[in-house]
Design a protein around this ligand. Sequence first.
Ligand code: FAD
Ligand code: FES
Ligand code: MG
Length: 303
Amino acid sequence: MFRIRHAEFLAPGIKRFVIEAPRIARKQEPGQFLILRIYEQGERIPLTIESSDRAGGTVSIVVQAVGKTTHLLNSLQTGDSIADVVGPLGKPSEVAKFGTVVVVGGGVGTAMAYPTAAALKHAGNLVISIIGARSKELVLLESEMRAVSDTLLVTTDDGSHGQKGLVTDRLRELIEQGTPIDLVLAVGPVVMMRAVAELTRGPQIRTVVSLNPIMIDGTGMCGGCRVLVDGKSQFACVDGPEFDAHRVNFDVLVQRNAMYHEAERRSMEEFARGREREEHKEQEVEESAQSEEPCSVLQGGEQ
Ligand code: FAD
Ligand code: FES
Ligand code: MG
């Protein structure tokens, strides 16, 4: 069992967990992920390691609740345990002195990009970060990203924080202004990574994306995470998760990620119904305890 040393919500539906996993903490490098299973019969899900504390023997992850397993995970609290945590998995990010690097993080992708942004800054790059979310309360790790960036640009879809618009609007501006860019790293929803790839393809700016296909074993055995890169099948868990954005077939990624949507929707509905039933039961127990109280006092008085 892997104990959760600390759990806290960073934003609505987005929670950070610090998990005791000394062996993973010792080996983790930026860009790598872990696969966890909350309980023995549960499904395995991959999550990027946001940071690790080698001395303290912990790793942290940032989880956005999107379906059954991530909702269940985000209901866990400090002191709870997770059945299995395997990692670190995947190839670490390529970290070198490239020159000027633009790091683009969309939603929870900001937390996934953070360790690599920090490493790129540490390697002597000029780091321009663009982070975005739907609205102010969903903007993640703003101060952490500011600390590892020479320039931080924040965008929100509704304009409630930073500049109104998309992260790709800011990237387009940088390119149009003639900012010399040696590398772009984009991590976030597929639609965002694809848009970044299209923006940088013309000017031939080297661009890396961290792909998020469905993963099961994380060891290159099951084939679940197959992606098409340069017309060839690659396994994101062992050959990635980072790939050259201009060589990725995003259509195949979108198609494969949607394969289980119906089953995922049913499973989430069932989970939500189960939760409602539990809450209802708890409420009934509470109400009956309250209604019994005066009666027992009365009985006590009669004796
Ligand atoms: P479901 O309702 O089952 O699925 C919702 C969607 O999530 C699916 O349509 C599919 O696109 C995706 N998904 C479902 N099952 C899997 C699976 N086994 N593997 C991958 N994707 C799946 N999310 C975070 O919040 N934080 C992270 O740091 C993070 N890092 C990731 C790193 C990698 C390398 C990958 C591949 C994914 C990462 N994800 C991360 C996405 C996360 O794994 C999914 O959101 C999660 O598995 C959804 O599970 P669910 O049961 O809650 O949702
Ligand atoms: Fe099974 Fe990658 S998750 S091959
Ligand atoms: Mg699921």
